[in-house]
Design a protein around this ligand. Structure first.
Ligand code: MG
Length: 253
C-alpha cells in the first residue's frame, strides 16, 4: 500500500483541489448519514453516494481500488472497515453503521469516515461512537509544524484506552494526495516525540478504528470486510487534514 518512502508535500493549489473534494465528501457523508435508516439496504447507500458524486462532478476514490466493487464502504456493528455494500444487506434499528467514503477532484483525493447510530442504540454503542470521534479530534490537535507523527497515534491511543476501548493495529491512516494511500502510514497508536517531523504541505488522513473489545481483527471470506475477532462493536471516524503555514485545516468538512 505504501510503495514509496518519499513524503510528497502539497502545493497550495493541490490543497485547494483537496479542499473542494473534501467538501464533496463531507456533503455526501451528511446525506448518507440521514439516509442510513432501518430497512434501507447498504447497496442503496452506495447508489446514493454515486449520485451525489455525479451531481457534484467528482469521481469515486474507492470504486475499483484494488478491485473494490463499490464507491462506499459500509461496515455495521462488529465490522470494522471495508464492508461491501449489498442490496441484500438491510440496516436494522440499533445498528452502528460506519460509512467510509472518498472522491477525486482534479486528480487529487479526499477521504473521510463517520459512524452513525440507527434508531435507538445502546449506551455502550453511543459511548464507543463518542470516544472514537473525540480520539480523532485529539489526533488532529497534534498536527502542527514541528510536531511528530508519533504524537498523533499516541494521542488517539491514550484517549481510547483511558476509556476502556482498544485501537485497531492492522489498519492505519495515511498520507493522501495524488494517490488515495501515500506515505507516511499514520498509526492510531505509538509513542509521543517519535517519528517524522510534520511540516507545512503535509496532508494526512487520520482514521481511528476503535473496538469495544480486543484490538484483533480478521477478514471475511469476501476478501474485504474486516471484523473484530471477538465479535465486539467497532466504530470509525476519519478526516483528511492539511498542515499549512496557518496550521492544521480539516479538508473534509
Ligand atoms: Mg482512509
Amino acid at each position: 500500500m505504501f510503495s514509496t518512502k518519499t513524503i510528497e508535500l502539497k502545493s497550495a493549489k493541490e490543497i485547494g483541489l483537496m479542499r473542494e473534494g473534501g467538501a464533496i465528501v463531507a456533503a455526501t457523508l451528511r446525506v448518507l448519514s440521514e439516509a442510513a435508516r432501518a430497512g434501507v439496504s447498504t447497496g442503496e447507500l452506495d447508489r446514493i453516494s454515486r449520485e451525489e458524486l455525479k451531481k457534484r462532478g467528482a469521481k469515486p476514490a474507492f470504486l475499483g481500488y484494488h478491485g473494490f466493487p463499490a464507491a462506499l464502504c459500509v461496515s455495521i456493528n462488529n465490522e470494522v472497515v471495508h464492508g461491501i455494500p449489498s442490496e441484500k444487506r438491510k440496516i436494522k434499528d440499533g445498528d452502528l453503521v460506519s460509512l467510509d467514503f472518498g472522491c477525486v477532484v482534479g486528480a487529487l483525493y479526499a477521504d473521510a469516515a463517520v459512524t452513525v447510530g440507527v434508531g435507538k442504540i445502546s449506551p455502550a454503542a453511543q459511548k464507543l461512537m463518542d470516544v472514537t470521534r473525540e480520539s480523532l479530534a485529539r489526533g488532529i490537535e497534534q498536527i502542527k509544524d514541528g510536531g511528530r507523527l508519533g504524537d498523533i497515534g499516541h494521542a488517539v491511543q491514550t484517549y481510547v484506552e483511558k476509556n476502556g476501548f482498544s485501537v485497531v493495529r492492522d489498519f492505519v491512516g495515511h498520507g493522501i494526495g495524488r494517490a488515495l494511500h501515500e506515505d507516511p502510514p499514520v498509526a492510531n497508536f505509538g509513542k509521543a516525540g517519535t517519528g517524522m517531523r510534520l511540516s507545512p504541505g503535509i496532508v494526512l488522513a487520520i482514521e481511528p478504528m476503535v473496538n469495544a473489545g480486543g484490538c484483533d481483527v480478521e477478514t471475511l471470506e469476501d476478501g474485504w470486510t474486516a471484523v473484530t475477532k471477538d465479535g465486539s462493536l467497532s466504530a470509525h471516524f476519519e478526516h483528511t487534514i492539511a498542515l499549512t503555514e496557518k496550521g492544521a485545516e480539516i479538508l473534509t468538512i
